[in-house]
Design a protein around this ligand. Structure first.
Ligand code: CO8
Length: 258
């Protein structure tokens, strides 16, 4: 029996899949759903046989935000002491790359969850936005920080201050999504993307993700220093020798996955 009630998990090859499964609330992120997502992500991250993670929702909703009904009656002291979103920092620090496969609504916390992932593949049915302002609050899971980095400050400000949502095409144009695909191809595309990542050297994938994160978190000179160190460190790995010899010998590399 699964240890989870609100998500489905499945390992296929070297890819761990997480499917949000709270359809009656459009995958609204209540406390339990958040805990289960973070717990499944950590479990995959701790497993050296997992090289990438796919997270998805339903055809109608990736996630329609944090659970408004759960939050409605809470007050400042309660929220401050409880810090209900603290666990998300663990999700965004997973070393394993995460591919978000987004169909339908990705609003509020749902959009923010997608932005904690490394790659966002969007079905042509996807809608993104930060409508918190309409509820008398502001984004609380990174929306005011990650959205401007993804789409630029002026578009982010328009979305956060008006609550307007955008379709997949606009989101791709703005730089929020990696790629838009037809809805019926979304899961296959996400799985194929994750499988490609998982076929690479795991320590090198970790290093690449860490260096990309440094681009978000540091100034350029520091990021370039980090990259140089991480790049040089890959030359300590057998996988670098194998990868380059395989190219020279015109064969596929064997990165020694079990
Ligand atoms: N929370 C709780 N329940 C929700 C949520 C939500 N975010 N979204 C939808 N539901 C529920 C509805 O209440 C409804 O339940 P019921 O059948 O019991 O009435 C069911 O899901 C189906 O929803 P609708 O009938 O509304 O479906 P529609 O297709 O008519 O509309 C929408 C879909 C447009 C997505 C609409 O449901 C909507 O506007 N949802 C709210 C979107 C939103 O405002 N999201 C932001 C939430 S606030 C947030 O994310 C803050 C993040 C800050 C971090 C917080 C960390 C804890």
């Amino acid at each position: 029996m699964s240890e989870y009630e609100l998500i489905l998990t499945e390992t296929r090859g070297r890819v761990g899949h997480i499917t949000l499964n709270r359809p009656e609330a459009l995958n609204a992120l209540n406390r339990q759903l958040m805990r289960e997502i973070v717990s499944a992500g950590r479990a995959y991250d701790a497993d050296p046989d997992i090289g990438a993670i796919v997270i998805t929702g339903s055809a109608k909703a990736f996630a329609a935000g944090a659970d408004i009904k759960e939050m409605a009656e809470r007050d400042y002291v309660d929220m401050y002491l409880d810090d209900p979103f603290a666990e998300w920092s663990e999700f965004s620090r997973l070393r394993t790359p995460v591919v978000a496969a987004v169909a339908g609504f990705a609003l509020g916390g749902g959009c923010e969850l997608a932005m904690m992932c490394d790659i966002i593949l969007a079905a042509d049915t996807a809608r993104f936005g930060q409508p918190e302002i309409k509820l008398g609050v502001i984004p609380g899971m990174g929306g005011t920080q990650r959205l401007p980095r993804a789409v630029g400050r002026y578009k982010a400000a328009e979305l956060v201050l008006t609550g307007r949502t955008m379709d997949a095409e606009e989101a791709e144009r703005a730089g929020l999504v990696s790629r838009v695909v037809p809805a019926d191809e979304l899961l296959a595309e996400a799985a194929a993307t994750a499988e490609t990542i998982a076929s690479m050297s795991l320590p090198v994938v970790y290093a690449a993700k860490e260096a990309l994160q440094a681009a978000e978190e540091t100034v350029l000179a520091e990021g370039l220093r980090f990259e140089k160190q991480a790049f040089t460190a890959t030359f300590a790995l057998d996988d670098q020798t194998e990868g380059m010899r395989a190219f020279r010998d015109k064969r596929s590399p064997d990165f020694g996955h079990r």
